[in-house]
Design a protein around this ligand. Structure first.
Ligand code: SER
Length: 341
């Protein structure tokens, strides 16, 4: 039985990662700044654990700051996890409004976690930390800013504080790995979609469209309809985390990997929802309005449109299962409807 620690346990990624770890048979401990009932992920987690016959799951949850203090070092020293998933972060849009807090939380939590794992007696935990497409931004002198697709070796010129923390964190983790201190691994994720609301990202407009469709509301989207960005359905994202964490270190040619899912425009997402929502709400016409002028457009315009994940495919056999809207949209609509109960 693998001992796994999930930090940032109340967020969007954790709401699917924790059930996946539990289903795998792991002993899972959870830490988040908030108590479980006050997190975005509570509904999904509580539903999962109750149906798994484990209604007392919140006893394994610690409410504490992941970026400072003694909680993370104490849990890592006492629980001796074999795998740590550090998901704590302020996302891109919120981070631009609170840059100092974004720097403190995103870098502080990573530093504390790396130092706590480094202090473990062998065997030390592997650390999985999500990076993001926000690591990229217009390359000085490059026509159009970025190549299309963007790949692992595309130079990183992040434009947001969130992106700066992601690139800095990738480099910090790689240093800990190179010096033999911590087996750090990272994924540059596209915008992630599941039934749990994300908190304050630029790609959230897509999540909101799916929620609106299930709730039979018109959606008001803050990006231009021709905005094309990389996305990934959460089951693929969770699988990529588990596969990279489990990969033989001898096969890893790098510590951070781009992973690709699909790259629809906002208009294509709306059309896909309109096509598939009919099955769950017969007769309902999904309407999406695209409202110009939001500051998040400026962030989106600096990000990759499509991704090339050749290194992940080659090194550890990665391949997304949900690579088209027709594969993802029906599954995501069903999932949101089921979890909203
Ligand atoms: N989904 C994130 C955001 O929009 C990107 O990693 O901030």
């Amino acid at each position: 039985m693998t001992r796994s620690l999930v930090i940032g346990a109340g967020g969007q990624i954790a709401s699917d990662l924790i059930p996946a770890l539990h289903r795998r048979g792991d002993e899972v401990r959870m830490l988040d700044l908030l108590p479980p009932e006050r997190t975005n992920g509570f509904r999904a987690l509580d539903g999962y654990f109750r149906s798994a016959g484990d209604p007392g799951w919140t006893k394994r949850w610690t409410a504490a700051d992941a970026a400072k203090g003694s909680a993370v070092p104490e849990i890592i020293a006492g629980f001796r996890p074999q795998e740590v998933y550090l998901l704590t972060a302020l996302l891109s849009a919120v981070g631009e409004g609170k840059p100092g807090l974004c720097l403190d939380v995103n870098m502080g939590s990573l530093r504390l976690c790396l130092e706590s794992i480094d202090a473990m007696p062998a065997p030390k935990a592997r650390l999985l930390w999500p990076s993001s497409i926000a690591a990229f931004g217009p390359i000085p002198g490059h026509p159009g800013g970025l190549p299309d697709p963007v790949g692992d070796d595309t130079p990183c010129f992040p434009t947001t504080m969130y992106g700066v923390t992601k690139v800095a964190g990738e480099l910090l983790g790689a240093w800990y790995a190179r010096t033999g201190r911590v087996d750090f691994r990272s994924l540059r994720f596209p915008g992630l979609l599941n039934a749990t609301p994300p908190g304050g990202g630029t790609t959230d407009f897509a999540n909101e469209m799916y929620f609106a469709a299930v709730e039979r509301r018109p959606s008001r989207d803050f990006l231009r309809e021709d905005t094309r960005l990389p996305f990934m359905y959460m089951p693929d994202a969770v699988r990529s985390m588990l596969e990279l964490t489990a990969a033989d270190p001898a096969r890893l040619s790098r510590r951070t990997y781009v992973v690709a899912g699909l790259s629809p425009s906002a208009r294509e997402i709306a059309a896909s929802i309109a096509k598939h929502v009919e099955r769950i709400h017969p007769g309902h016409r999904f309407e999406a309005a695209f409202l110009p002028g939001d500051p998040r457009q400026k962030i989106a315009d600096t990000w990759p449109r499509t991704l090339d994940d050749a290194c992940a495919r080659r090194d550890w056999g990665w391949r997304a299962q949900y690579a088209t809207l027709d594969a993802m949209t029906p599954a995501l609509l069903d999932e949101i409807r089921a979890k909203q109960g």
